[in-house]
Design a protein around this ligand. Structure first.
Ligand code: AMP
Ligand code: ZN
Length: 678
């Protein structure tokens, strides 16, 4: 039963439009259709197919949501061309050894064509068979000759083309590549599993492989799987219209197949070494997905054919995996520390038996949150797998259950019910995995709170580094922000590593911050959800801290750019007795709680002569001039002893030298903005 001809044409048109959109979205990262438009076309196609099943083609995007097409679960699939594996090189020397044996076989040709260097994606190998450009089979590697047919699952992977783009593909072709998961996708998936009370996956590779072998393709469709192609095979003898691996990758890309980034054509083995080192030391940490090394391939396909494979083995002589030092090690989890942050969130941190991973000793690893500890069933005393990738904080993948003492297993970790610092019972915010200490005056919050209060965008107290704040806290000289204003030169000068001069400067800087506008104070107070911009909005509208404190949530919410949740947060903050006490303490010490009106700020530079030089970070020259003039100042061209101050940006020239010689004050853009109340 065929559909109506116009239905046929329409279905084909819809398939093409949807696939183009998926490619633009997933591969090119340049969506051309809105989500709503995509959904509309998608539903139209599905309705059409349901009404006329004969219209459903094997390349229909409706199969991407995991329609069970009745394929028997994990049937065997005999690869038309066997899938190989790779031998490994763990060092530059290993790679030189590989080249030496290659030269024995191929002579000078080995080096002549250069080397195509690619990422070694740490996922699950995949072979995609296309007939006349249409995806007909997706199969795992299996034993290399026979794999498992996972076609229905593979069709749900959005960046795998259901129909090849471009032209020139052989009638039957097996595209080889790797199915993987991004770190982001992996973490989001695990968070959802935690929320659903399901066990989490240990790493992106295992979960990708698991997702591929799902019974229900609809489950696979919900897993964030992606694909990179790196080769293809054509049964029989076919002459390809190109001669190198590099062109092969470009050809794959032209057919709409995603190809991994950071590939490089290297002329010499020395360049290959440099590429591998850069990959291991730098790029690896920046990638959105896991790799376990690079793959080096002799670029000329003719030389590849000469080199062939190792006798009997499946390992080609023309390619080799350049593996990195392992970034996973096993060690004992000796404890779980709990840190309390500025907003009161309790964060667990793993304390480990020190272990060396990739040349660095690792003692701590992040644990994210308590639900994750439970989901991974981590117990203090367990041997755990720790992963360190690049500069990222080491992560705990999970326990090694085989190494748990079966006779006397450690007891499960119990998440704290009270703040470890002040003892207040913790609360769990709805819809969040985090638990927090609700006590706004919890001493554990002071460090973070003070660092935020003194920050440049807040009260801008120069000379108060994090180290210094810690030192003052440890010495019991400060606690909450108001106590900063009680510091005296004598007290400070008595501290180790702080001279008389620095003590003087520090006290002066703290005192100077008392006149900061209300907007900076509000931001500095660290009210949840109140960033710099919101603080400015609130300060300009309400004018004083008192007015804001008395405002009803509905009044706050009425402000453009302030939603109900921010309003509730601000109102809640001011409603707290301890926060009110802090504000009173600040006022008692002379801290300004008023926002200068525009008119006042307008006159901030009245009568001053100002010179601007160099390129300012955000303001254009005209903008800066208007700003100064708007505040009553005058911009002049050259520095003289009558100049009040010089504003410098990048690449300042002789004016800066002159200002220094004459002792004219020099400030930057941020300071200028501050002085005009912006
Ligand atoms: P191994 O599993 O260690 O033997 O390594 C061989 C596997 O690496 C292949 O089967 C592929 O699945 C995978 N692989 C990942 N990236 C590439 C790549 N760019 N070129 C070839 N193989 C790759
Ligand atoms: Zn507390």
């Amino acid at each position: 039963m065929a559909g109506p001809p116009e239905g046929l044409a329409r279905a084909q048109w819809l398939r093409e439009a949807l696939e183009r959109a998926a490619h633009e979205y997933y591969v090119l990262d340049q969506p051309a259709l809105s989500d709503a438009e995509y959904d509309r076309l998608f539903h139209e196609l599905r309705a059409l197919e349901q009404a006329h099943p004969a219209l459903r083609a094997p390349d229909s995007p409706t199969l991407r949501v995991g329609t069970d097409v009745g394929a028997s679960h994990l049937a065997k699939y005999a690869h038309l061309v066997p899938m190989g594996s790779l031998s490994n090189a763990f060092s530059d020397e290993d790679l030189e050894g590989w080249a030496a044996s290659g030269r024995d076989v191929a002579g000078d040709d080995f080096d002549r064509s250069g080397f195509c260097c690619e990422l070694k994606i740490d996922g699950a190998s995949m072979s995609l068979t296309y007939r006349d450009g249409v995806l007909v089979t997706g199969a795992t590697r299996g034993n290399g000759n026979v794999g498992e047919d996972v076609t229905a699952n593979v069709r749900t992977i959005r960046d795998i083309p259901l129909r090849l783009a471009g032209s020139g593909w052989p009638a039957v072709i097996e595209i080889r590549g790797e199915v993987y998961m991004t770190f982001d996708g992996f973490e989001r998936m695990n968070e959802e599993r935690v929320r659903a009370g399901e066990p989490v996956f240990a790493n992106p590779r295992n979960s990708a492989a698991g997702a591929l072998r799902q019974k229900d393709p609809a489950v696979t469709a919900r897993r964030p799987l992606r694909f990179f192609g790196y080769a293809f095979a054509v049964p029989g003898t076919t002459t390809l219209p190109f001669a190198t691996q590099w062109e092969l990758l470009e050809t794959l890309a032209s057919w709409g197949v995603p190809v991994a980034p950071h590939r490089q054509l290297c002329a010499t083995l020395a360049e290959v070494h440099a590429w591998a080192h850069a990959l291991e030391s730098t790029h690896r940490a920046e990638l959105a997905f896991a790799i376990d090394g690079g793959v080096v391939k002799v670029n000329a396909l003719a030389t590849q054919a000469d080199l062939g494979s190792t006798a009997g083995g499946r390992e080609p002589r023309w390619a080799i995996a350049r593996k990195f030092a392992p970034d996973v090690a096993e060690t004992r989890l000796v404890g779980i520390e709990i840190q309390v942050g500025r907003t009161g969130v309790l964060t667990p941190r793993a304390v480990l038996d020190p272990v060396e991973i990739g040349g660095t000793t690792v003692t701590y690893a992040t644990l994210h949150n308590f639900d994750l500890i439970a989901a991974k069933d981590l117990r203090i005393g367990d041997v755990v797998q720790v992963k360190r990738a690049g500069e990222v904080i080491p992560q705990i993948l999970g326990p090694v259950p085989e190494r748990r003492d079966a006779a006397q297993p450690p007891s499960p970790f119990v998440a704290p019910t009270a703040c470890p610092v002040c003892g207040t019972p913790v609360v769990r915010i709805a819809d969040e995995v985090a638990v927090r200490c609700p006590n706004e005056r919890c001493p554990a919050r002071h460090l973070e709170e003070l660092i935020h209060f003194t920050a440049r965008a807040a009260m801008d107290i120069r000379g108060l580094s994090e180290q210094r704040v810690r030192q003052l806290l440890d010495a019991g000289l400060i606690s909450d922000p108001a106590t900063l204003y009680d510091l005296t030169e004598d007290v400070l000068a008595a501290l180790p590593r702080l001279g008389e001069k620095s003590a003087q400067q520090l006290v002066a800087a703290i005192a100077a911050s008392k006149t900061q506008p209300l907007s900076r104070l509000l931001f500095g107070l660290g009210i949840p959800d109140v960033g710099e911009e919101t603080a400015k909005l609130l300060a300009r509208h309400f004018g004083t801290a008192e007015a804001l404190q008395q405002a009803a949530p509905t009044e706050i919410e009425g402000l453009h750019g302030v939603g109900p949740s921010i309003a509730a947060s601000v109102h809640g903050w001011f409603a707290s007795e301890s926060n009110q006490a802090l504000v009173r303490a600040l006022i008692a010490r002379g801290v300004n709680t008023v926002e200068p009106t525009r008119a006042e700020a307008d006159g901030a530079l009245r009568g001053l002569k100002i010179v601007i030089t160099g390129t300012l970070p955000t303001l254009g020259r005209t903008e800066a001039k208007e700003l100064v003039e708007g505040a009553g100042g005058k911009v002049t061209d050259s520095v003289s002893k009558n100049t009040d101050f010089l504003v410098v940006g990048a690449d300042a020239g002789s004016k800066l030298d002159k200002a220094k010689a004459l002792g004219v004050e020099v400030i930057d853009e941020a300071e200028l903005l501050r002085r005009v109340g912006r």
